[in-house]
Design a protein around this ligand. Structure first.
Ligand code: ADP
Length: 494
């Protein structure tokens, strides 16, 4: 692993881009300066503040909901084709402005530029997919069994939605919620993560340019997520809460949503098992491991958390992944050749150190990495640890960083038991060339998603989501728009 010197000065291109990012609250189609002390957004590669933006108060949050509620009827009545074409225009504008969005995500979140570009593609696909779905909202009808009437089943927009997004995929987590909501005919208030609000602000401007009417999308960055969110969630005009983030926050939001029996979608934490059988194609498994573990610097709810490798191939697998990890280049995501950026903040770095220390204290061995390098920014060396012992924190907690932690197994039953020994159930990865075994694992591993011989499953056309404490509902795919629709049944006698 090499660590490049971090360029601390912003380039002219970066300064120009940051100057063009709106810095207000976006409420009812207008940019507002806000009244509180501004939010300081940092570049995690240097720790330096790159922009200060407006910081919503609880009153601002309610005004954003006022705007969403006022725009709701007209947007719901807007022809599906018109909604579809606005979303399609947003997709096209995003392609035109791709370079700005990619650089901005690297600046505020830290991921390498190539990955930020990948996120523009992935995030954009939700706009295209749901522009296509907007005109396919359908119901059904038929005679009732008694033969005395017609039963009509139709779909209606649920109404104003509150969307809370995380910092790890600043664009895609926003488009994955906003696009289906708009396609369904719902208006929204979006609260981006306070660590990475700039991408959402730039995206709000893009949506307005694409023709989204005033009040349909409102954006309220805030440094006090809880106090701003509580009154919105308690307001009877709100009809839906969609959240992506950690399981503890998700639990608390579910409890709040229970008061008004709100519809909810919850994309929560993961603790993905990555199972490598003795008959796996090891080249594919190693390649899959790099993607599943180190994409986004390990900061993804789909990140492989526990490598469960058959004892007969464990040493070879560990040797090969270590070789790859040692070839990574760590640095600021804008710099040429950088493959691993910084973590999001100093708390994340402290958490990596604590996880490695706990695992080593219990008997694990570090093959490479394991510490935070000296210097600016929130970096942690990409790490491989083996012989991780049962009971180690790293097997139970969501790592959310660049640590590949490995255990071994000898029988298929043992692999299944290990894979399922977590309260999470978002995604599992299984590598085997035995098709029958692969199919058994699909049935036996208790997750909402599965990668069979691949380390990357996300796709706008597929239903993303988990079981157990990884969440409720699905985003993307045919299912995604239904999170924003409610079913209405009508009986017409005769
Ligand atoms: P992470 O650990 O990945 O930062 P969080 O669950 O803390 O995940 O944050 C995800 C999103 O939830 C962010 O937008 C954050 O501001 C928001 N958030 C955190 N706590 C609360 C809360 N109590 N109420 C509403 N939103 C919250």
């Amino acid at each position: 692993m090499t660590i490049t010197d971090t360029t601390t000065e912003l380039s002219t291109r970066e300064t120009d881009l940051l100057a063009r990012i709106p810095d207000g609250l976006f409420i009812g189609g207008r940019w507002e300066a806000g009244t509180r002390e501004r939010i300081a957004v940092q570049d995690p590669a240097t720790g330096r503040v790159i922009k200060r933006i407006a910081n919503a108060t609880p009153e601002d949050g309610i005004r954003a909901l006022d705007a969403a509620a006022a725009a709701a009827d007209e947007w719901a009545a807007t022809a599906p084709r018109v909604r579809a074409e606005i979303l399609r225009r947003a997709f096209d504008l995003l392609q035109e402005r791709r370079a700005d969005f990619a650089l901005l995500m690297t600046l505020e979140m830290g991921k390498p530029l190539a990955e930020a570009n990948g996120e523009v593609t992935y995030g954009g696909e939700f706009l295209r997919w749901f522009s296509e779905e907007a005109v396919r909202i359908s119901g059904r009808f038929g005679q009732n069994p008694e033969g005395t009437g017609t039963m009509v089943v139709s779909q209606r927009p649920v109404g104003p939605c509150y969307l809370i997004t995380p910092w790890n995929f600043p664009l895609a987590m926003a488009t994955r919620k906003i696009a289906p909501a708009l396609a369904a005919g719902c208006t929204v208030v979006v609260k981006p993560a306070e660590l990475t609000p700039l991408t959402t602000l730039l995206f709000a401007q893009l949506l307005a340019d694409a023709g989204v009417p005033d009040g349909v999308v409102n954006v309220i960055p805030t440094s006090t997520a809880r106090t701003v969110s509580e009154p919105i969630i308690a307001d009877p005009r709100l009809r839906k809460l969609s959240f992506t983030g950690s399981t503890p926050v998700g639990r608390s939001l579910l409890a709040q949503a229970g008061q008004n029996v709100l519809r909810t979608s919850m994309e929560l934490g993961g603790n993905a098992p990555f199972v490598v059988f003795e008959d796996a194609d090891l080249d594919k498994a190693v390649e899959g491991a790099m993607l599943a573990k180190f994409r986004n610097i390990g900061q993804a709810c789909t990140a492989a958390n526990r490598f469960i490798v058959h004892e007969s191939v464990a040493e070879e697998f560990a040797r090969r992944v270590t070789e790859k990890v040692q070839a990574f280049q760590v640095g600021r995501g804008t710099d040429d050749g950088v493959t691993i950026g910084p973590l999001i903040d100093d708390r994340a770095v402290a958490s990596m150190t604590a996880l490695v220390t706990d695992a080593v204290d219990r008997g694990a061995r570090v093959l490479t990495g394991g510490t935070a390098p000296e210097g600016d920014g929130f970096f942690f060396e990409p790490t491989v640890i083996v012989d991780v012992q049962p009971g180690s924190d790293i097997l139970r907690e969501e790592i959310f960083g660049p640590i590949l932690a490995m255990t071994t197994f000898s029988t298929e039953d043992e692999a299944v038991a290990a894979a399922n020994s977590t309260e999470y159930g978002l995604v599992g990865y299984v590598f085997t060339q035995d098709l029958a075994r692969g199919q058994r694992m699909i049935d036996r591993v208790d997750t909402g998603m599965m990668g069979l011989n691949t380390g990357l499953v996300s796709n706008a056309a597929a239903p993303f989501g988990g079981v157990k404490q990884s969440g409720l509902g699905r985003e993307g795919g045919l299912e995604g728009i239904h999170e924003y629709l409610s079913t209405k049944y009508t009986l017409i006698p005769g």
